[in-house]
Design a protein around this ligand. Structure first.
Ligand code: CU
Length: 157
């Protein structure tokens, strides 16, 4: 098979670009510790009432002064629907779903998680500014999807 000179040049360029691209993505993913979302902790979605911390959804202060918030998502709302956390403290959200895939997105922050039944997703955030924050579901989950929201009130200590 005969390859024209320009064909060889473009093939070489194409393969080199592919190798460089995959190397950059691969090395940076390992370096930054990227992992697939969730899946670290499993729960039985039919048995959340007796599975800590989801047997007692809400804000819990931990011994080190940080806060843990357990949230259960379910069509079409979150439990609890309204919480209060202090500004300037570490708040770790642990979220799971009772039924279908939802999401947990806190507007104006970088907290944006998938909420998958059977899995616990976790994200820690420090709210710098007091005020009210809206949480919305951005995974279409059924006819009441657009009603699905929650509110966080961040208060000065
Ligand atoms: Cu939803």
């Amino acid at each position: 098979m005969h390859l024209h000179k320009y064909e060889k040049i473009w093939l070489t360029f194409g393969f080199a670009a592919l190798i460089i691209f995959l190397s950059v993505v691969g090395v940076s993913a390992f370096h930054q510790g990227h992992t697939p979302a969730g899946g670290l902790q499993k729960v039985d979605p039919d048995n959340l009432e007796s599975t800590p911390p989801f047997d007692n959804p809400g804000v819990h202060e931990k011994k080190d002064g940080s806060y843990e918030v357990a949230v259960v998502a379910e069509a079409f709302g979150y439990t609890p629907g309204k919480i209060q956390v202090p500004a300037g403290e570490k708040v770790t959200f642990k979220v799971t779903s009772k039924d279908v895939t939802h999401s947990f997105s806190i507007v104006d922050t970088n907290v944006n998680m998938m909420v998958v039944p059977g899995q616990v997703n976790e994200k820690t955030h420090v709210f710098r500014d007091p005020g009210k924050y809206l949480i919305v579901c951005n995974e279409y989950c059924g006819s009441g999807h657009h009603f699905m929201s929650m509110e966080i009130e961040v208060v000065d200590q």
